[in-house]
Design a protein around this ligand. Structure first.
Ligand code: FES
Ligand SMILES: [Fe+2]
Length: 396
């Protein structure tokens, strides 16, 4: 098969599925999908000591902290000979290119060119000489590297990739229970070989859990799960009626007494999911996933895990051991999703004609997600998909 499969689905009128993985991650074709804040890294990953390389919407970025500690994001290409700036150094809140040492500030301005000498005019050539040679006399004359607005919140560094940050369609997503002393909260960062639409669908998908996470998360029960799917103002809320459902693995620790389970899955445009499991008055397990697009089939996912146990747990060895277990457990479960997302990628791309999805009632929420994302990709004009509330039911 020599043809490179296209990564878009047929756009027949009236067809629910309209996915175009390439357009979704192309800044010039992704419409309003770029007008949101996307996570670029964890706060802890961005130290004052070294820059960080990241890619969002196929655009390479060099991240660093300025002299006040605020994150800065520059297009990752030096003005001089185009070396990758993120391979350089940071010092005094500035970013130095690794090739000839040109220095940039957080506004992308070149503030020092070592070859120009201490005066920044060059020691040997006069001003006229510089002009005759067509050389720039001062670093700031060479122009600016493109910058992108940044924002830091809840332990995450966000970057805005759109043209006008004042047109951001909403503030960044708040990490559930972040900073709440009653909850334990930690992050996981995972590279997934798939695109945003397929990933948010996976994170909202219950039927896959009994196959992909068999024994780890939920066992097949041959039982019917009724649910309500509510599409409203850019979000899709699924409320499951599965009070007697039990999660395996960490589920037992969180609910040893078998309290009824309240389970909701929530999608927020364009790239966030939040899954809540609550038992009784205080026990809970909340997973949020923010998907940052690198390319059509390449994403970084920032997962927050928050949990609160049925009993107060002193900050002792047991609590530390439990935290370690939770991290190990969630790493295994996420690894299973990475594997199945790779398998989906392979099915999609090994032959032309991928992204023609057939759906059942259990996929209604996915159709809602696709409707919102297609609307945004087409520019996000007008009201978008209208609010709707439907009952569904499927077997697990
Ligand atoms: S390429 Fe960056 S300083 Fe020369
Ligand atoms: Fe999963």
């Amino acid at each position: 098969m020599t043809d490179r499969p296209r990564l878009s689905s047929p756009h027949d009128a009236g067809q629910a599925t309209r996915i175009d993985l390439e357009a979704e991650t192309d800044l010039s074709r992704c419409g309003a999908l770029k007008d949101f804040w996307y996570v670029a890294c964890l706060s802890t990953e961005l130290t004052p000591r070294a820059p960080l390389s990241r890619t969002l919407f196929g655009t390479p970025l060099a991240l660093f902290r300025d002299s006040s500690g605020k994150p800065a994001a520059l297009f990752d290409r030096c003005l001089h000979r185009n070396a990758r700036l993120s391979a350089g150094d940071t010092f005094d809140g500035k970013l130095g290119c690794p090739y000839h040492g040109w220095v940039y500030d957080e506004a992308g301005a070149c503030v020092e060119i070592p070859s120009l000498g201490p005066s920044q005019r060059g020691a040997l050539l006069s001003e006229d000489g510089h002009a005759r040679a067509g050389l720039s006399l001062r670093p700031c004359d060479v122009g600016k590297v493109r910058t992108f607005p940044t924002l830091e919140q809840d332990g995450l560094v966000f970057v805005f990739m759109g043209d006008d940050v004042t047109k951001a369609r909403q503030p960044p997503f708040r990490v559930p229970h972040w900073g709440d002393p009653e909850w334990t909260c930690y992050f996981m960062v995972t590279r997934f070989p798939n695109g945003v639409t397929n990933l948010v669908e996976n994170f909202m998908d219950v039927p896959h859990t009994v196959f992909v996470h068999k024994g780890w998360f939920r066992n097949r029960k041959r039982t019917q799960v009724p649910a309500t799917v509510e599409r409203k103002q850019g979000s899709v809320l699924v409320t499951y009626e599965q009070e007697n459902d039990q999660l395996t693995g960490a589920g037992f620790l969180l609910n040893p007494t078998g309290e009824p389970m309240v389970h909701t899955d929530h999608y927020f445009v364009p790239n966030v999911t939040r899954v809540d499991y609550l038992w009784g008055q205080r026990s809970g397990y909340v997973i949020s996933s923010q998907v940052s697009p690198i390319g059509p089939l390449d994403s970084l996912v920032y997962t927050s895990i928050s949990y609160r146990l049925p009993l107060d747990m002193p900050k002792n060895l047991v609590a530390r051991g439990l935290r370690r277990f939770m991290k190990w457990y969630t790493t295994q479960v996420i690894g299973q999703d990475v594997d199945i997302m790779r398998v989906q990628n392979e099915g999609l791309t090994r032959a032309p004609g991928g992204l023609e999805f057939k759906s059942t009632e259990a996929d209604l929420l996915h159709a809602d997600i696709e409707a919102y994302r297609a609307w945004l990709r087409d520019g996000g004009l007008g009201e978008g998909p209208e609010d709707a509330k439907r009952r569904i039911s499927f077997w697990i």
